[in-house]
Design a protein around this ligand. Structure first.
Ligand code: SF4
Length: 442
């Protein structure tokens, strides 16, 4: 469970000196508890208290980071249900390549996992993993090399120590996950030598827990669980039990991310997609599919985006200057807030107008225009500061700044703040931007 404010408060100096930026130590503790402040903001917390808090606040499910170019965090969850707080680390989705597949099929799947990408509210969604399964056909190293070139995160599924050793000579920098059938000593030695995560499989929870013990005794800390069952009902039950045991009972041997391979549960690709959807909801950390097709991948990525978006934090667009169309020195400048939806609506309406313009986005912590204005986070002073900070004035000759019509109140003040700019009051609704741009004298 996440720490409560009073659990944190007991470690704070209780002097209310305000140096952390909060009026009291208790207010600071409350902000840490909801993830909006960091303990390091208080200069007076003792090292001992820091260590104690770190161990008490460590997530019950270990966070394991893999990859290099496409780094991904697995696990690290603190709650059973998303509505309790949030889920932090979306499961990685990938494809399983096996040595006995045809060359053309392998090429096609590698191409698909690399090329299938979808963008939603500024987030690029794609698959992140390739699992490569050794079937003793002598092509394992060649396949590892091919998949390594993609930059994707790798899962090496093999019991062949020599093959694993040679693969690691090629790809150790992407921190591949080692997935042996059996946790034999030679493989564990390799895992330890290269500090890699290892997958442990077990047909039931007792077997899993015992194997985790063995691996921990080896000094290996990064473990991924693979409950091995032949049907969806059993595997789903075990995954839920693992999560409950880790979060509610703090059983350490179950406090690890979980790997799932729906392709091993069915030969029907549509059914496989449904199982993958179940594991995204509860509680897979990696999901390997037998193939990558848009009609399955796209809904899975959307589901993942929805479940792993923090409901308490609005989606935001980075502050800065955005060019909509082929802008030039005569282009007008719009300004709005960094609530993602606002950005996308305003930018697409400017695009619809076919009149190129700059769009200045101000960081208002994801608040929409009216809410940000009411909270005093989007006003004449903040906009003027943004104009100066981004140096947008150096890009345009005419210096025309269009503000949202709903904040007409700041018009006069903004003229005073930016005397060398012509301030224009834009429409109240973004949908009126194309008509407005055609009728206004810029
Ligand atoms: S800086 Fe530390 S001691 Fe001061 S108010 Fe903040 S938490 Fe309390």
């Amino acid at each position: 469970m996440a720490l409560k404010p009073l659990d944190i408060f007991k470690y704070l100096p209780k002097t209310n000196c305000k140096e952390c930026g909060y009026p009291t130590c208790l207010a600071f503790a409350m902000q840490i508890a909801i993830g909006k402040a960091d303990l390091s903001q208080c200069p007076y917390v003792s090292e001992e208290a820091k260590q104690q808090l770190a161990s008490e606040s460590a997530p019950p499910i270990k966070t394991i980071t893999v990859g290099n170019k496409e780094k991904i965090n697995l696990g690290g969850e603190t709650v059973l249900y998303r509505h309790e707080k949030t889920f932090y680390n979306p499961p990685g989705i990938g494809v399983l390549i096996t040595e006995d597949m045809e060359d053309a099929e392998i090429e096609n799947e590698i191409k698909n996992i690399v090329e299938f990408k979808y963008e939603r509210v500024g987030v690029v969604m794609k698959g992140e993993f390739i699992g490569i399964q050794d079937k003793g056909k002598g092509r394992f190293i060649e396949l590892v090399n091919k998949c390594y070139q993609t930059g994707k995160n790798l899962i090496l599924i093999s019991d062949n120590v020599q093959n694993l050793q040679q693969s690691l000579d090629l790809c150790k920098d992407v921190k591949p996950i080692i997935f042996p059938n059996d946790t034999k000593d030679e493989i564990l030695k390799l895992v330890k030598e290269f500090s890699l995560p290892v997958v442990v499989k077990g047909e039931n929870l007792d077997e899993l827990a015992q194997k985790v013990d063995k691996i921990k005794n080896y000094g290996i800390e990064e473990i991924i669980l693979y409950p091995e069952n032949k049907n969806i009902k059993e595997i789903f039950k075990n995954i839920v039990l693992i999560r409950r045991a880790a979060i509610l009972r703090r059983i350490k041997n179950f406090g690890f991310p979980v790997l799932t391979i729906p392709a091993f549960l069915t030969d029907n690709y549509l059914e496989e997609g449904i199982y993958a959807g179940i594991f995204i909801a509860k509680y897979g950390s990696i999901i390997l599919l037998s193939k990558i097709r848009g009609e399955i991948l796209f809904p899975l990525l959307i589901e993942r985006l929805n479940i792993f978006t923090d409901p308490q934090r609005p989606m935001t667009t980075p502050e800065g200057i955005y060019e909509i169309g082929k802008v030039n020195e005569n282009s007008p400048v719009f300004v709005t807030t960094n609530f993602s939806l606002t950005y996308f609506i305003v930018s697409s309406e400017i695009e619809n107008s076919k009149i190129p313009a700059y769009l200045l986005i101000q960081d208002t912590e994801g608040l929409s225009v009216l809410t940000a204005w009411a909270a005093d986070k989007f006003n004449a002073e903040t906009i003027a500061n943004l104009v100066k900070k981004t140096k947008i004035g150096e890009k345009v000759k005419k210096k025309v700044l269009i503000i949202p019509g709903v904040v007409a109140q700041i018009y006069g003040e903004l003229e005073e703040e930016l005397p060398d700019w012509k301030i224009i009051l834009g429409p109240r609704e973004a949908s009126h931007i194309p008509t407005f741009l055609k009728s206004v004298e810029l």
